[in-house]
Ligand binder design. Structure first.
Ligand SMILES: [Zn+2]
Ligand SMILES: [Zn+2]
Length: 385
């Protein structure tokens, strides 16, 4: 069995670039590329909330000239400054990172900490006009293999306590570049919302002698909020979503805590689930739906934690954005205008339409299983360890 090839090269400023796929760069190529801004960032402790805040003035020097939505001005297209040669998919260390493995020194004061960590950018494809929703089965399985590859290395680094893989899609959520891409942040501490989730799972275990995720399937009204399911994953609207049309793709198997734990079959199930939800979103309103997608992997020692993809769309109606206003931002108390059960009905119907419109949809699990190349990409990635 052959592998999903991975090549590592470096920009002249020292940043690493990993290229995945059949299109190989010249071995050992050093990319002649501009200088990297010096490390100036620091973390400061907000003592009133207990949260660390990254203060990173060098990020303000990001070049924002030209319309970066344009293919011509796109820094992520083939021939651009990040990947100057033809590629299929790639990951590179962010040129303007909030966190770095070599952070600047900070004053000897417990309210300061070095801005230590890593920030990487994941290029799903070289196709500027693609999206998570339009990637074919082999491409989406390749993205999953890349997420697995990078997150495994970042989790293995003792400098990191939490690794978050995510995507900001659309200008409404701050994506200044239209090219389909996501990011990965590796943090040296557990951020507050994740700490709250950990504590909630522990409380649930103590009260019910059970794992909350395993019990989620048995909630009496769970089926009303269910959008779709495969053997490996459930797609559902949460019981108390903060965002209209928020949905999650939740692993069913206890013990599937991180991307690295996915079996080949679960990768196929996940690809099919992500495709169906992303494609449904883009049919919900008038065109590509802006969203935040976050992959929740388990922190160290969190046994009651199932791998979950949370999708937080920024729209509540055609052309109407859900803005996080004063109350939400200042207190964490959210008000959502859409009934979760109704949102689930809409997303479920859209998913059925997608299936009906394309009876030969390559994302039915059975069809993907026939795609030997896709299965091999998943399996090859295992071998690269
Ligand atoms: Zn592009
Ligand atoms: Zn469980």
């Amino acid at each position: 069995m052959t592998r999903l090839p991975r090549y590592e090269v470096r920009h002249a400023d020292g940043r690493r670039l990993w290229v995945y796929g059949e299109k190989a760069p010249e071995a050992g190529l050093e990319l002649p590329d501009g200088h990297r801004p010096p490390a100036t960032g620091q973390l400061r402790l907000d003592e009133l909330s207990g949260a660390w805040v990254g203060i990173v003035p060098s990020r303000n020097k990001r070049p924002l000239t030209g319309d970066r939505r344009d293919r011509e001005a796109c820094p992520l297209c083939v021939g651009g400054p990040e990947v100057p040669f033809p590629y299929e998919a790639a990951v590179f260390e962010n040129r303007f990172p909030a966190l770095r493995p070599d952070p600047a020194d900070v004053p000897a004061d417990p309210r300061f900490a070095p801005a230590r960590g890593r920030c990487e950018v994941v290029l799903y494809t070289a196709d500027h006009d693609a999206a998570l929703a339009t990637l074919g089965a082999p491409e989406l399985l390749r993205v999953i293999a890349i997420w697995r590859d990078r997150s495994r290395e970042l989790w293995a680094d003792p400098a990191h306590e939490y690794v978050l893989t995510f995507e900001n899609r659309g200008e409404a959520v701050g994506a200044t570049i239209a090219h389909p891409h996501g990011q990965i942040y590796a943090l040296d501490h557990i951020p507050p919302i994740i700490a709250t989730r950990l504590a909630s799972l522990e409380r649930y275990r103590e009260a019910h002698a059970a794992c909350w995720y395993c019990a989620a399937d048995r909630e009496p009204d769970a089926s009303e909020r269910r959008v779709w399911e495969t053997e490996g994953f459930v797609t559902e609207v949460p019981f108390a979503p903060r965002w209209p049309y928020q949905a999650r793709v939740r692993a069913r198997r206890h013990g599937l805590r991180r991307l690295a734990d996915l079996t080949a079959q679960e990768q196929l199930d996940l690809a099919a689930s992500l495709h169906r939800l992303a494609a449904s979103y883009d049919r919900l309103f008038d065109g590509p739906l802006p969203y935040m997608m976050v992959i929740h992997e388990a922190p160290e020692g969190a046994d009651d934690w199932h791998l979950t993809f949370d999708f937080l769309p920024a729209s509540r109606a055609p052309g109407v954005l859900k803005i996080r206003g004063s109350v939400e931002t200042a207190t964490g108390f959210f008000v959502n205008d859409v009934l979760p059960e109704a949102a689930a009905d809409q997303l479920r119907a859209l998913g059925e339409q997608i299936e009906a419109l394309a009876p030969a949809d390559p994302f039915t699990v059975e069809a993907v299983e026939q795609d030997e190349r896709a299965v091999q990409i998943a399996a090859r990635e295992e071998e690269t360890r």
